[in-house]
Design a protein around this ligand. Structure first.
Ligand SMILES: NC(=O)c1ccc[n+]([C@@H]2O[C@H](COP(=O)([O-])OP(=O)(O)OC[C@H]3O[C@@H](n4cnc5c(N)ncnc54)[C@H](O)[C@@H]3O)[C@@H](O)[C@H]2O)c1
Ligand SMILES: [Fe+2]
Length: 395
């Protein structure tokens, strides 16, 4: 066995009424005045209030920052760090999707380094100081950011999404409560769920995969296959929501250790340059990228190993005598078929042209994607022509 490392130090509190544990969790961590981070949409929907109600009932004083923009931004990260100090806060509670959690990671990291501009911490393992106490409460089941060592923050001036990776960025506790994702509409449920699926698949096929990340990835794929259609069809199916939240966390832990690949490399630059939402980008690109990898020499059979987790009926139909390449193709076909289903049933766009991306932007997207860190972990090297070929197929 090749030597490897795996870390998932976040305390996980999950299931029905998990949110009720928040006051104790803060108390145990010596937090008496947290800064609650969220976004305007979650305030309006009353999702953030579910958390502040719990704090009110326990007489915990807190401040709220509710202006996190989609995909976050460097300016907001620095603004939050100043607010935290001005209000004398002593910990963070982030309730929201990846944008809120990643913004919180950025502000917490900046504070850990005595208020330095977060931009100076860009890259891998640049941060060495411990974050202030940090509880993450995801309201999407997609990014897994509640357990990952990654923060992705947009630099709006440079039209790029910057990645920060450090073991120090991992939140200290994650609370997964199905009541917090029930308001997520079918389209967002599908696209964020496909982000989680992409994490699991890219972790399983990454050049940095290991047996533990594989186990997390396979379980995540199974849970997504079983529960994503249910959660889209019936938003308040608490069982499906709880399983999806868990899947997202498992996929997050898998890729936090194994890393992701070409789907994320292209998705980050589509987000930075064309403002395509992350989950949406993942969903459209995933089958095209898998097909690309298959035809450009990825290890035969590696995708096929996932078929039984994604589509057990199809795996049974193929039978034990099927060749690895046959399973690989069946896996790729299943991904295309899944996308078609979500397109038909919920109108999720499958083409970049449907999202207002100009054809003339593709060359710049391809160029930026080649320099994204995620491209390094894809088994097949991506040339500029390859990146363009995938984008054209998705256009
Ligand atoms: N740090 C990581 O490990 C990691 C991994 C993948 C992606 N990301 C980043 O995370 C960001 C995307 O996060 P996201 O996909 O969770 O979306 P998001 O946080 O941008 O939220 C998308 C929209 O969904 C709304 N929303 C969230 N929860 C809701 C709920 N329960 N009900 C109704 N509406 C709800 C939000 O208000 C927002 O309008 C991107 O910037 C992406 O690059 C980070
Ligand atoms: Fe992602």
């Amino acid at each position: 066995m090749k030597a490897f490392e795996f870390a998932c130090p976040t305390k996980i509190i999950a299931g029905a009424h998990a949110l009720d544990k928040l006051p104790d969790e803060l108390k145990d961590r010596g937090v008496s005045h947290p800064l609650v981070m969220t976004d305007a949409g979650l305030m309006k929907l009353g999702v953030a209030a579910k958390l502040t109600d719990v704090l009110d009932a326990a007489d915990v004083a807190y401040d709220v920052f509710d202006q996190v923009p989609p995909d976050s931004s460097m300016d907001v990260v620095n603004e939050v760090a100043h607010l935290y100090e001005a209000r004398g806060c002593d910990g963070f509670v982030a309730i929201g999707g990846g944008s809120v959690i990643d913004t919180t990671k950025g502000a917490a990291a900046s504070l850990a380094c005595e208020g330095v501009d977060f931009a100076t911490l860009q890259g891998s393992e640049i941060l060495h100081a411990d974050l202030p106490p940090f509880v993450a409460v995801p309201t999407t089941a997609g990014t897994g950011s509640e357990v990952t060592l990654v923060a992705v923050v947009a630099d709006t001036k440079k039209h790029a999404k910057l990645s920060f990776t450090s073991y120090k960025l991992v939140p200290h506790a994650a609370i997964l409560d199905p009541a917090l994702t029930s308001s997520l509409p079918p389209k967002l449920t599908a696209t964020t769920g496909m982000d989680a699926l992409t994490h699991a698949i890219e972790a399983y096929t990454s050049i940095q995969k290991n047996p533990v990340s594989d186990a997390f990835a396979c379980k995540a794929i199974e849970l997504i296959a079983q529960n994503l259609p249910r959660a889209c069809a019936q938003g308040d199916d608490a069982d499906a929501r709880a399983n999806l939240a868990l899947a997202s966390l498992l996929a997050g832990a898998a890729f936090s250790n194994a890393m992701v690949g070409v789907v994320h490399a292209l998705g980050h630059s589509l987000g930075g340059l064309c403002h395509v939402p992350h989950g949406q980008a993942m969903m459209m690109l995933l089958p095209h990228c898998v097909r690309f990898n298959l035809y450009h020499g990825v290890h035969a059979g590696v995708y096929g190993e996932l078929l039984a987790h994604l589509a057990p009926d199809r795996a049974t139909e193929l039978g034990p005598a099927a060749m690895p390449a046959e399973r690989d193709l069946a896996f790729c076909d299943e991904l295309f078929a899944m996308n078609e289903r979500y397109h038909r049933e919920y109108g999720v766009p499958l083409k970049l042209s449907e999202l207002g991306v100009e054809h003339g932007q593709l060359a710049a997207v391809a160029k930026q994607a080649r320099y994204d860190g995620a491209a390094l972990y894809n088994e097949v090297e991506i040339t500029l022509e390859d990146a363009l070929e995938i984008l054209e197929a998705t256009y």
